[in-house]
Write a protein that binds this ligand. Sequence first.
Ligand code: SF4
Length: 268
Amino acid sequence: MQTADRAARVLELLRLRYPTRETHLVAQNAWELLVATVLAAQCTDVRVNQVTPGLFSRWPGPAELARATQEELEEVIHSTGFYRNKATNLLGAARRVTEVHGGEVPRTMAELVQLPGVARKTANVVLWGAYGINEGIAVDTHVKRIAFRMGFTESVDPVQIERDLMDIFPRDAWGDVNHMLVWFGRHVCDARAPRCGECEMIEVCPRHGVGQKDGAAPRKTAGRAPVKAVGKAAGKAGTAGTAKAAPSNSASRSSATSPAKPRNGGKP
Ligand code: SF4
């Protein structure tokens, strides 16, 4: 089967497994999504969702956060890890958003990656999650691993992996591809123990790099579990790749297909 055909089948199977858009990070607007995504680096989504309510209550937007001190912010985000760098970046981003962009998170990749602490991955998450813009595919550790195993890339460079994926998935699915692959990586295609024996993708997956020492199940299809629609997940392994936020001009719904996650009613 050609790569494009396999990609189409993978997308179809992912949509069967994940028919609804479950959010990972709780955010009400583009600024909150940007902050949450920065905090989620090397941190679980659960932890970030515990920290952000206090942060946004104390500093509701970039203008308020820009007036915070490094020490104040470090104290609030301490539990997310790497808090010094994160605080420095968030304060820098708050100042730039306030001073250069009039308090609104920019809507272009070129402008977003000028913000401290924001690279393509975070920018893709914000563009899609907050504004419904499919500019690229956020490549985090799950996407990177699964793309390789599925034979969609041979690169280890996130930028090249993103290009490879953009070539084979339709543009209107780019945000969803990231979103669903992150869930899929958590639920099935685990880094150390991929559950190939119960994976519906095995019909189209060459399982590149997967061996017995990885904990992979034997390559067989008999008896594998049927595809199940999966809703919420445990929020393990923060990758910040899949959050959806309400558009900045709307407080009541997300930009694309799913309702924004209420800050106090989201995942644990
Ligand atoms: S068959 Fe195995 S390696 Fe391929 S996607 Fe499924 S769990 Fe991952």
